[in-house]
Design a protein around this ligand. Structure first.
Ligand SMILES: NC(=O)c1ccc[n+]([C@@H]2O[C@H](COP(=O)([O-])OP(=O)(O)OC[C@H]3O[C@@H](n4cnc5c(N)ncnc54)[C@H](OP(=O)(O)O)[C@@H]3O)[C@@H](O)[C@H]2O)c1
Length: 285
Protein backbone atom coordinates (compact mmCIF):
# COMPACT_ATOMS: atom_id res chain seq x y z
CA UNK A 1 0.00 0.00 0.00
CA UNK A 2 1.30 3.45 -0.91
CA UNK A 3 0.25 5.67 2.01
CA UNK A 4 -1.14 9.00 0.80
CA UNK A 5 -2.65 10.31 4.05
CA UNK A 6 -2.17 9.60 7.75
CA UNK A 7 -3.95 11.29 10.64
CA UNK A 8 -3.15 12.08 14.27
CA UNK A 9 -5.01 10.77 17.31
CA UNK A 10 -4.53 11.54 20.98
CA UNK A 11 -3.21 7.96 21.28
CA UNK A 12 -0.31 8.76 18.95
CA UNK A 13 0.83 11.44 21.38
CA UNK A 14 0.63 8.95 24.27
CA UNK A 15 2.69 6.45 22.23
CA UNK A 16 5.57 8.81 21.39
CA UNK A 17 5.66 10.14 24.95
CA UNK A 18 5.93 6.56 26.28
CA UNK A 19 2.68 6.86 28.24
CA UNK A 20 0.58 4.45 26.14
CA UNK A 21 2.68 1.38 26.89
CA UNK A 22 6.13 1.92 28.45
CA UNK A 23 7.16 -1.60 27.32
CA UNK A 24 6.67 -1.14 23.57
CA UNK A 25 9.42 -2.84 21.57
CA UNK A 26 11.37 -0.24 19.61
CA UNK A 27 12.04 0.88 16.94
CA UNK A 28 8.40 1.40 15.97
CA UNK A 29 6.71 3.19 13.06
CA UNK A 30 4.09 5.45 14.69
CA UNK A 31 0.45 6.33 13.80
CA UNK A 32 -2.50 3.98 13.47
CA UNK A 33 -4.63 5.68 10.84
CA UNK A 34 -3.71 5.77 7.17
CA UNK A 35 -5.27 5.52 3.72
CA UNK A 36 -3.78 5.16 0.28
CA UNK A 37 -3.57 3.08 -2.83
CA UNK A 38 -2.66 -0.57 -3.45
CA UNK A 39 0.74 -0.49 -5.14
CA UNK A 40 1.21 -4.22 -5.70
CA UNK A 41 -0.36 -7.48 -4.51
CA UNK A 42 1.20 -10.80 -3.58
CA UNK A 43 0.39 -14.13 -5.15
CA UNK A 44 -3.05 -15.53 -4.34
CA UNK A 45 -4.43 -12.21 -3.06
CA UNK A 46 -8.08 -11.75 -4.07
CA UNK A 47 -9.53 -8.84 -2.11
CA UNK A 48 -7.69 -5.98 -3.84
CA UNK A 49 -5.94 -5.00 -7.08
CA UNK A 50 -3.27 -2.40 -7.76
CA UNK A 51 -4.86 1.06 -7.90
CA UNK A 52 -7.63 0.27 -5.38
CA UNK A 53 -8.07 2.94 -2.69
CA UNK A 54 -7.90 1.40 0.78
CA UNK A 55 -7.82 2.26 4.47
CA UNK A 56 -6.07 0.26 7.22
CA UNK A 57 -8.00 -1.52 9.98
CA UNK A 58 -6.86 -0.41 13.45
CA UNK A 59 -6.57 -3.89 15.01
CA UNK A 60 -5.12 -5.95 12.19
CA UNK A 61 -5.98 -9.22 13.96
CA UNK A 62 -9.51 -8.37 15.18
CA UNK A 63 -11.66 -9.16 12.18
CA UNK A 64 -14.98 -9.93 13.91
CA UNK A 65 -16.61 -11.12 17.11
CA UNK A 66 -15.54 -10.43 20.65
CA UNK A 67 -12.14 -8.90 21.46
CA UNK A 68 -9.39 -10.96 23.09
CA UNK A 69 -5.96 -10.10 24.47
CA UNK A 70 -4.38 -11.54 21.32
CA UNK A 71 -6.61 -9.48 18.99
CA UNK A 72 -5.99 -6.28 20.98
CA UNK A 73 -2.22 -6.77 20.70
CA UNK A 74 -2.44 -6.12 16.93
CA UNK A 75 -3.04 -2.36 16.93
CA UNK A 76 -1.20 -0.36 14.27
CA UNK A 77 1.30 2.15 15.62
CA UNK A 78 1.77 0.35 18.98
CA UNK A 79 1.51 -3.46 18.88
CA UNK A 80 2.48 -3.42 15.19
CA UNK A 81 4.33 -0.90 13.05
CA UNK A 82 2.04 1.94 12.03
CA UNK A 83 1.44 3.99 8.91
CA UNK A 84 3.76 7.01 9.08
CA UNK A 85 5.67 5.66 6.10
CA UNK A 86 5.52 5.76 2.31
CA UNK A 87 4.93 2.08 1.58
CA UNK A 88 3.67 -0.59 3.94
CA UNK A 89 3.01 -4.29 3.48
CA UNK A 90 -0.37 -5.39 4.84
CA UNK A 91 -2.14 -8.70 5.08
CA UNK A 92 -5.05 -8.17 2.70
CA UNK A 93 -7.43 -8.98 5.57
CA UNK A 94 -6.28 -5.80 7.32
CA UNK A 95 -7.55 -3.33 4.70
CA UNK A 96 -10.96 -2.08 3.61
CA UNK A 97 -12.06 -0.22 0.45
CA UNK A 98 -12.50 3.55 0.77
CA UNK A 99 -16.06 4.77 -0.07
CA UNK A 100 -16.03 6.59 -3.42
CA UNK A 101 -17.28 9.91 -2.04
CA UNK A 102 -14.43 10.23 0.50
CA UNK A 103 -10.94 11.61 -0.15
CA UNK A 104 -7.91 9.67 1.09
CA UNK A 105 -7.43 12.24 3.88
CA UNK A 106 -11.07 11.87 4.95
CA UNK A 107 -10.79 8.07 4.96
CA UNK A 108 -7.60 8.30 7.03
CA UNK A 109 -9.54 9.93 9.89
CA UNK A 110 -11.79 6.91 10.37
CA UNK A 111 -9.97 3.78 11.72
CA UNK A 112 -9.37 4.90 15.33
CA UNK A 113 -11.59 7.83 16.30
CA UNK A 114 -14.41 6.91 13.89
CA UNK A 115 -14.72 3.24 14.88
CA UNK A 116 -14.35 4.20 18.52
CA UNK A 117 -17.33 6.54 18.31
CA UNK A 118 -19.31 4.02 16.21
CA UNK A 119 -18.89 1.40 18.95
CA UNK A 120 -19.76 3.90 21.68
CA UNK A 121 -22.96 5.08 19.98
CA UNK A 122 -24.16 2.16 17.84
CA UNK A 123 -22.62 -1.24 18.67
CA UNK A 124 -22.17 -1.03 22.43
CA UNK A 125 -24.13 2.16 23.20
CA UNK A 126 -27.26 0.93 21.37
CA UNK A 127 -28.53 4.51 21.04
CA UNK A 128 -32.08 4.71 19.66
CA UNK A 129 -34.06 7.54 18.08
CA UNK A 130 -35.12 10.04 20.72
CA UNK A 131 -32.37 9.10 23.20
CA UNK A 132 -30.35 11.88 24.82
CA UNK A 133 -26.58 11.60 24.39
CA UNK A 134 -23.96 13.73 26.15
CA UNK A 135 -20.78 14.14 24.11
CA UNK A 136 -17.78 15.51 26.03
CA UNK A 137 -15.54 17.97 24.22
CA UNK A 138 -14.95 18.65 20.57
CA UNK A 139 -11.98 16.38 19.82
CA UNK A 140 -11.72 13.68 17.18
CA UNK A 141 -13.76 10.93 18.85
CA UNK A 142 -16.32 13.46 20.12
CA UNK A 143 -17.14 14.88 16.68
CA UNK A 144 -17.67 11.37 15.26
CA UNK A 145 -19.89 10.56 18.26
CA UNK A 146 -21.92 13.71 17.55
CA UNK A 147 -22.28 12.70 13.90
CA UNK A 148 -23.43 9.12 14.65
CA UNK A 149 -25.76 10.17 17.48
CA UNK A 150 -27.50 12.58 15.09
CA UNK A 151 -27.57 9.89 12.38
CA UNK A 152 -29.59 7.56 14.62
CA UNK A 153 -31.96 10.35 15.68
CA UNK A 154 -30.72 11.19 19.17
CA UNK A 155 -30.71 14.56 20.91
CA UNK A 156 -27.12 15.62 21.58
CA UNK A 157 -25.86 17.71 24.49
CA UNK A 158 -22.31 18.84 23.67
CA UNK A 159 -19.82 20.10 26.26
CA UNK A 160 -16.64 22.09 25.56
CA UNK A 161 -14.18 24.46 27.20
CA UNK A 162 -14.75 26.98 24.40
CA UNK A 163 -17.85 28.88 23.31
CA UNK A 164 -16.42 29.20 19.80
CA UNK A 165 -16.07 25.41 19.54
CA UNK A 166 -19.60 24.98 20.93
CA UNK A 167 -20.91 27.30 18.21
CA UNK A 168 -19.18 25.14 15.63
CA UNK A 169 -20.65 22.04 17.28
CA UNK A 170 -24.11 23.55 16.91
CA UNK A 171 -23.54 23.95 13.18
CA UNK A 172 -22.61 20.24 13.12
CA UNK A 173 -25.95 19.34 14.72
CA UNK A 174 -25.55 19.57 18.51
CA UNK A 175 -28.93 20.39 20.10
CA UNK A 176 -27.75 21.78 23.45
CA UNK A 177 -24.43 23.35 24.42
CA UNK A 178 -22.67 23.49 27.81
CA UNK A 179 -19.35 25.18 28.54
CA UNK A 180 -17.72 22.88 31.14
CA UNK A 181 -15.30 25.65 32.23
CA UNK A 182 -18.02 28.10 33.22
CA UNK A 183 -20.33 25.21 34.26
CA UNK A 184 -18.05 22.68 36.04
CA UNK A 185 -21.10 20.92 37.52
CA UNK A 186 -22.51 20.27 34.05
CA UNK A 187 -24.63 17.36 35.27
CA UNK A 188 -27.06 20.00 36.57
CA UNK A 189 -27.93 21.51 33.16
CA UNK A 190 -28.05 17.96 31.72
CA UNK A 191 -30.62 17.02 34.35
CA UNK A 192 -32.55 20.24 33.70
CA UNK A 193 -32.54 19.71 29.92
CA UNK A 194 -33.89 16.16 30.37
CA UNK A 195 -36.66 17.09 32.80
CA UNK A 196 -34.74 15.56 35.73
CA UNK A 197 -34.38 12.16 34.02
CA UNK A 198 -30.73 12.31 32.99
CA UNK A 199 -29.04 11.28 29.74
CA UNK A 200 -29.39 7.84 28.18
CA UNK A 201 -25.71 7.71 27.19
CA UNK A 202 -22.63 9.69 28.18
CA UNK A 203 -19.64 9.55 25.84
CA UNK A 204 -16.97 9.70 28.54
CA UNK A 205 -13.89 11.35 27.04
CA UNK A 206 -12.41 13.00 30.13
CA UNK A 207 -12.03 9.93 32.33
CA UNK A 208 -11.08 10.54 35.94
CA UNK A 209 -11.68 14.29 35.74
CA UNK A 210 -15.21 14.03 34.39
CA UNK A 211 -16.55 10.67 35.60
CA UNK A 212 -18.17 11.97 38.78
CA UNK A 213 -20.26 14.42 36.74
CA UNK A 214 -21.11 11.68 34.23
CA UNK A 215 -22.40 9.41 37.01
CA UNK A 216 -24.63 12.26 38.19
CA UNK A 217 -25.81 13.12 34.67
CA UNK A 218 -26.76 9.63 33.44
CA UNK A 219 -30.33 8.33 33.82
CA UNK A 220 -31.35 5.31 35.89
CA UNK A 221 -30.36 2.30 33.77
CA UNK A 222 -28.33 4.49 31.42
CA UNK A 223 -24.86 3.89 30.02
CA UNK A 224 -21.51 5.60 30.39
CA UNK A 225 -19.31 4.69 27.41
CA UNK A 226 -15.80 4.77 28.87
CA UNK A 227 -13.53 6.01 26.09
CA UNK A 228 -10.91 8.50 27.14
CA UNK A 229 -8.62 9.77 29.82
CA UNK A 230 -7.85 13.30 28.59
CA UNK A 231 -8.80 14.71 32.02
CA UNK A 232 -6.93 12.11 34.08
CA UNK A 233 -6.58 8.34 34.45
CA UNK A 234 -6.97 7.67 38.19
CA UNK A 235 -10.01 8.88 40.10
CA UNK A 236 -10.89 9.29 43.74
CA UNK A 237 -14.09 10.53 45.39
CA UNK A 238 -16.35 8.98 42.78
CA UNK A 239 -20.05 8.71 43.74
CA UNK A 240 -19.86 4.90 43.34
CA UNK A 241 -23.10 4.24 45.31
CA UNK A 242 -25.01 6.09 42.59
CA UNK A 243 -23.73 3.59 40.00
CA UNK A 244 -25.16 0.77 42.09
CA UNK A 245 -28.39 2.45 43.11
CA UNK A 246 -29.20 3.65 39.60
CA UNK A 247 -28.14 0.49 37.74
CA UNK A 248 -25.70 2.45 35.60
CA UNK A 249 -23.93 0.45 32.88
CA UNK A 250 -20.27 1.46 32.67
CA UNK A 251 -19.11 0.14 29.31
CA UNK A 252 -15.43 0.20 28.43
CA UNK A 253 -14.92 0.76 24.72
CA UNK A 254 -11.77 -0.43 22.96
CA UNK A 255 -12.51 0.49 19.36
CA UNK A 256 -14.01 -2.37 17.36
CA UNK A 257 -13.39 -5.11 14.83
CA UNK A 258 -13.02 -4.96 11.05
CA UNK A 259 -16.69 -5.98 10.85
CA UNK A 260 -17.61 -2.92 12.94
CA UNK A 261 -15.49 -0.71 10.67
CA UNK A 262 -17.25 -2.19 7.61
CA UNK A 263 -20.67 -1.48 9.15
CA UNK A 264 -19.59 2.11 9.80
CA UNK A 265 -18.38 2.52 6.22
CA UNK A 266 -21.75 1.22 4.95
CA UNK A 267 -23.43 3.96 6.98
CA UNK A 268 -20.99 6.52 5.58
CA UNK A 269 -21.91 5.46 2.06
CA UNK A 270 -25.65 5.21 2.65
CA UNK A 271 -25.95 8.59 4.38
CA UNK A 272 -23.19 10.28 2.34
CA UNK A 273 -21.50 11.24 5.62
CA UNK A 274 -18.18 13.08 5.64
CA UNK A 275 -15.82 13.42 8.60
CA UNK A 276 -14.93 16.87 9.94
CA UNK A 277 -11.35 17.79 9.01
CA UNK A 278 -9.14 20.52 10.36
CA UNK A 279 -7.76 22.72 7.58
CA UNK A 280 -4.18 22.17 8.69
CA UNK A 281 -2.01 19.67 6.81
CA UNK A 282 1.51 18.65 7.81
CA UNK A 283 4.29 17.31 5.63
CA UNK A 284 5.70 13.86 6.38
CA UNK A 285 8.70 15.27 8.28
N1 LIG B 1 -10.02 3.24 24.11
C1 LIG B 1 -9.67 3.40 22.83
O1 LIG B 1 -9.51 2.45 22.07
C2 LIG B 1 -9.54 4.80 22.31
C3 LIG B 1 -9.57 5.06 20.95
C4 LIG B 1 -9.53 6.38 20.51
C5 LIG B 1 -9.42 7.37 21.47
N2 LIG B 1 -9.37 7.05 22.79
C6 LIG B 1 -9.25 8.06 23.81
O2 LIG B 1 -10.28 9.00 23.68
C7 LIG B 1 -9.81 10.27 24.16
C8 LIG B 1 -10.07 11.35 23.11
O3 LIG B 1 -9.28 11.08 21.98
P1 LIG B 1 -9.30 12.12 20.77
O4 LIG B 1 -8.39 11.54 19.74
O5 LIG B 1 -10.71 12.47 20.43
O6 LIG B 1 -8.59 13.38 21.48
P2 LIG B 1 -8.48 14.90 21.00
O7 LIG B 1 -8.90 15.03 19.57
O8 LIG B 1 -7.16 15.38 21.41
O9 LIG B 1 -9.62 15.63 21.85
C9 LIG B 1 -9.40 16.08 23.14
C10 LIG B 1 -10.63 16.91 23.56
O10 LIG B 1 -11.07 16.48 24.82
C11 LIG B 1 -11.83 17.51 25.38
N3 LIG B 1 -11.63 17.57 26.82
C12 LIG B 1 -10.48 17.75 27.51
N4 LIG B 1 -10.74 17.83 28.83
C13 LIG B 1 -12.09 17.72 28.96
C14 LIG B 1 -12.97 17.77 30.06
N5 LIG B 1 -12.53 17.95 31.30
N6 LIG B 1 -14.30 17.61 29.81
C15 LIG B 1 -14.77 17.43 28.55
N7 LIG B 1 -13.97 17.39 27.47
C16 LIG B 1 -12.65 17.54 27.68
C17 LIG B 1 -11.38 18.82 24.76
O11 LIG B 1 -12.52 19.41 24.12
P3 LIG B 1 -12.71 21.01 24.07
O12 LIG B 1 -11.47 21.53 23.41
O13 LIG B 1 -13.93 21.21 23.26
O14 LIG B 1 -12.84 21.49 25.49
C18 LIG B 1 -10.32 18.37 23.74
O15 LIG B 1 -10.41 19.06 22.52
C19 LIG B 1 -8.33 10.06 24.50
O16 LIG B 1 -8.19 9.81 25.89
C20 LIG B 1 -7.95 8.82 23.73
O17 LIG B 1 -6.86 8.14 24.31
C21 LIG B 1 -9.44 5.80 23.22
Amino acid sequence: MRITAATLNYRDLLVVEGRYNPNLSLPLVPLSDGAGVIDAVGEGMTRFRPGDRVVGVFFQGWLEGEPSAEKLATGLGAGLDGVLCELRVFDEAGLLPVPDHLSDAEAATLPCAGVMAWSAIVTLGRVRPGDVVVVQGTGGVALFALQFAKLVGATVILTSSSDAKLARGEVLGADHLINYRTEPEWSRPVKALTGGRGADLIVEIGGAGTLAQSIRAVRVGGTIAMIGVVAGAAASNLPVPLVVMRQVRMQGVTLGSRADFEAMLRAYTAARLRPVLDERRFAFE
